[in-house]
Design a protein around this ligand. Structure first.
Ligand code: PGA
Length: 255
């Protein structure tokens, strides 16, 4: 399976100009690569301009970071999955821990997910525990996150789904460590086991499972090889064209 490398730019960069500059640098690297699928998720306001800058680039796609679970109406400040799709995105991140911290429940994520899939977006559903307790309660957290988000989601849409396992303790500046490749691999096996409650086991094996949380150019290869990750969800390191380019090259050489 080809690797999927996703950049989550979060609330960065500061201006359309900087966004375009960063995007164009990444596009230059991607144009020299053959197999890896690169997905850039900028703030939604930059999507139309970056879609123009993308042009006919192959293996380079755009994604949104979140969307509201309605297509129109009196919802000040919100952006619908259809708007994201029509602004050039093919992917959508949902359930990121930073959204969950702002109030996204599993039920809300389920509503967003159903609408986003119906709009033809590929959804990158983030799951992950806040702490990894030795009693293993965190496994129940991941199970609930997955099964609630996927409730009443038609099985035939499974090919539009990607899971990103992102332990919250490994994300962002406050994180002391990333997970280990072996730790990730265990979670990926568990995630596929839970997915096989929803879809057949064979189909569950086809759902890409990515790792996210303090990914950089030094640990990326370990997750992709020893950890057998189908790809990576990259935060801070995706804002550095040089480091992100290194990660893309590593993934391309494997895919
Ligand atoms: P990080 O963020 O790579 O900066 O830890 C990852 C994420 O939040 O998706």
């Amino acid at each position: 399976m080809k690797k999927i490398i996703v950049a989550n730019w979060k609330l960065n960069p500061d201006s359309p100009r900087e966004a375009r500059e960063l995007f164009v640098k990444i596009k230059r690297t991607v144009s020299r690569l053959k197999r890896v699928e690169t997905v850039i998720c900028p703030p939604a306001i930059f999507l139309p301009d970056l879609e123009k800058a993308r042009g006919a680039a192959k293996k380079l796609a755009l994604g949104g970071q979140d969307a509201f679970p309605a297509l129109d109406g009196a919802w000040t400040g919100q952006i619908s999955p259809a708007m994201i799709r029509k602004s050039g995105a093919r992917y959508l991140i949902l359930g990121h821990s930073e959204r969950r911290a702002q109030g996204d429940t599993d039920e809300l994520i389920n509503q967003k997910l159903k609408l986003a899939l119906a709009q033809g977006l590929k959804v990158i559903l983030c799951v992950g525990e806040k702490t990894r307790d030795p009693q293993g309660h965190y496994l129940q957290t991941i199970k609930t996150q997955l099964l609630t988000a996927l409730e009443k989601v038609p099985r035939k849409l499974a090919s539009q789904l990607i899971i990103a396992y992102e332990p919250v303790w490994a994300i962002g500046d406050a994180a002391k460590f990333s997970d280990t490749p072996a730790g990730f691999l265990e979670q990926a096996i568990y995630i596929r086991k839970i997915l096989s409650i929803w879809i057949e086991q064979k189909a569950a094996m086809q759902v890409p499972v990515l790792y996210g949380g303090s990914v950089d150019a030094r640990n990326a290869l370990g997750f992709l090889t020893e950890g057998q990750a189908d790809g990576l969800l990259v935060g801070r390191a995706s804002l550095r064209a040089d480091i992100f380019g290194e990660i893309l090259k590593l993934a391309d050489a494997l895919a």
